[in-house]
Ligand binder design. Structure first.
Ligand SMILES: [Zn+2]
Length: 181
């Protein structure tokens, strides 16, 4: 029998935090970008790289049920994920369990069902620095970033990332990929 949804599902189908799990081409560009930021004094912490499709499925649908008004009974089934989103038809329990999964996944942005993470072409990373970040872009031009915020949403830093072929997804603070999605 299918097992009801809830935070215990969030530990199954774990994702990777290692750049080694990414496609070689994107991994090379990402490591060069991270190295350039770190040489300039930024702190960079990679929090997610590869995501199994089963994990993307759980993340996508718990968000949709908790925040998107999706009817739990309308969620498609997925092979290898024997989950009961409906809690045997108890709508309040189903939405509460989906909300607890959103918390456990620490989601702040609607996760795509077919995410670039599943294709080893995306990374989530937390970036920060103090004062001015001096960084060499891919063309070896030195950039002095004095603007704020001093994090991954900084517009000048996003331009530097693009020179490496690492593109920001607007609105999803930690997320970068090889095409900006
Ligand atoms: Zn992401």
């Amino acid at each position: 029998m299918a097992e009801v949804s809830g935070p215990k599902w969030c530990e199954r189908f774990p994702g990777s935090k290692s750049p080694d799990a990414l496609l070689p081409d994107f991994r090379g560009r990402l490591l060069a970008f991270i190295s350039a930021m770190e040489r300039g004094g930024a702190g960079v912490v990679v929090t997610a790289t590869y995501r199994p499709p089963e994990r993307a499925y759980l993340m996508h649908w718990c968000w949709r049920i908790a925040n998107g008004g999706c009817n739990p009974g309308d969620v498609q089934q997925m092979a290898k994920v024997d989950i009961d989103w409906t809690h045997r038809g108890d709508g309040a329990a189903a939405r509460a369990a989906a909300g607890a999964m959103v918390q456990a996944f620490d989601l702040n942005y609607a996760p795509a069902l077919d995410s670039n993470h599943c294709h080893r072409r995306a990374v989530d990373m937390t970036i920060g620095w103090h004062d001015t970040l001096s960084v060499l872009d891919f063309e070896a031009r030195e950039r002095h970033i004095k603007s704020t915020p001093r994090d991954g949403s900084n517009r000048e830093l996003i331009q530097v990332g693009a020179t490496f072929g690492v593109f920001k997804l607007a609105g999803d603070p930690p997320h970068w990929s090889d095409d900006g999605h």
